[in-house]
Design a binder for this molecule. Structure first.
Ligand code: NAP
Length: 301
């Protein structure tokens, strides 16, 4: 029987593991992919106190090493359910059900998909959700970016330095992202902005060869692009926890600043929690709060 199981080894989960171990609780972290969460795709983190400039993977590795050095166990298994089992909890993975006394859900968010046919099949073959990871493959080529938030704007600007042409496709004519970045994009000769438009079809042989774009007037255009960068926001990884946690309309875990969910002993921390500011530093703050609350809960059993 583990005291505390943490689902997710991103900044929130690893911080919770550090706090849990420092309170002498047994801690198991279950992670479906790689440790580090979203920051491992960030080449340079420049807003984390005491680290003026560090790569996302190096920062994540420091957190991972700190948690494991303190005795947190980390296993790479995908959690498919969390359930109550009498006074305790069970955390379910394809390998079995782990019994524990308290759970912290630190599962973060994942990229929202466009929902167009063959999108998932073409990931890595023209479709990408990370311009800084994959942009270099499209040097000198034509690419498209979809979205109207800061991520799409910054991706388009980044790609404008590499690609021959960047089409920025937005479904409205007003951007959510910063006006200053929009102005920078408009000044670039190789950036073409398509307003009131959505991607309606992906053209591919083995790889992406083009996209079909439809505007709100119904006009269809085919663009020859070899890369499509999708930047239409993120969705929280919370579906598996709906039986034990209330979710907001857009799927975020309902938990207050103390990270407590509606189920005693189950806490939510990091970007999957309904809150105002989702930053690295607020994710680690959540990890500390959730673990402190979990320790309080464990000590009351
Ligand atoms: P976002 O701000 O939620 O923007 C998502 C964009 O995608 C919106 O323009 C939305 O259109 C569009 N969209 C959503 N679903 C779509 C669909 N199915 N088809 C086509 N378009 C769709 O997401 P984000 O850009 O990833 O940013 C997330 C947060 O991180 C924001 O708060 C952002 O400011 C922040 N951020 C900050 C920085 C920075 O400060 N440097 C950098 C990156 C991100 P509508 O506008 O029509 O809804």
């Amino acid at each position: 029987m583990t005291d505390l199981i943490i689902v997710g080894a991103g900044p929130a989960g690893l911080t919770a593991a550090i706090y849990g171990r420092r309170a002498s609780k047994s801690v198991l972290v279950l992670e479906k992919a790689a440790y580090g969460g979203q920051i491992i795709n960030t080449p340079s983190v420049e807003n984390y106190p005491a680290e003026p400039q560090i790569s996302g993977i190096d920062l994540a590795t420091k957190m991972y090493q700190q948690a494991t050095a303190l005795g947190a166990e980390i296993r790479f298994e995908q959690v498919t359910a969390v359930r109550e089992a009498g006074a305790f909890k069970e955390v379910v993975t394809p390998k079995g059900a782990y019994p524990c006394k308290a759970v912290i859900l630190a599962t973060g968010c994942e990229n929202r998909k466009l929902g167009v046919a063959d999108e998932e099949k073409l990931i890595g073959r023209g479709v990408s959700y990370c311009a800084t990871c994959d942009g270099a493959f499209y040097r000198g080529k034509a690419v498209a970016v979809v979205g109207g938030g800061n991520t799409a704007l910054e991706d388009a600007l980044y790609l404008a330095d590499l690609a021959e042409t960047v089409y920025l496709i937005h479904r409205r004519d007003a951007f959510r992202g910063d006006a200053a970045t929009v102005a920078q994009l408009k000044a670039r000769e190789n950036v073409k902005i398509l307003y009131h438009s959505t991607v309606t079809r992906l053209c591919a042989e083995r790889r992406l060869t083009g996209i079909e774009v439809t505007d709100t007037a119904g006009c269809v255009t085919e663009l020859a692009v070899s890369g499509l960068f999708v930047a239409v926001g993120r969705v929280p990884n919370t579906d598996a926890f709906a039986p034990v946690v209330d979710l907001s309309e857009d799927g975020y875990a309902a938990a207050g600043e103390n990270c407590r969910t509606r189920t005693a002993g189950i806490f939510a921390a990091g970007d999957n929690r309904a809150k105002g500011v989702r930053q690295l530093v607020t994710a680690t703050a959540d990890g500390a709060v959730a673990a402190t609350e979990a320790v309080r809960y464990l000590n009351s059993l």
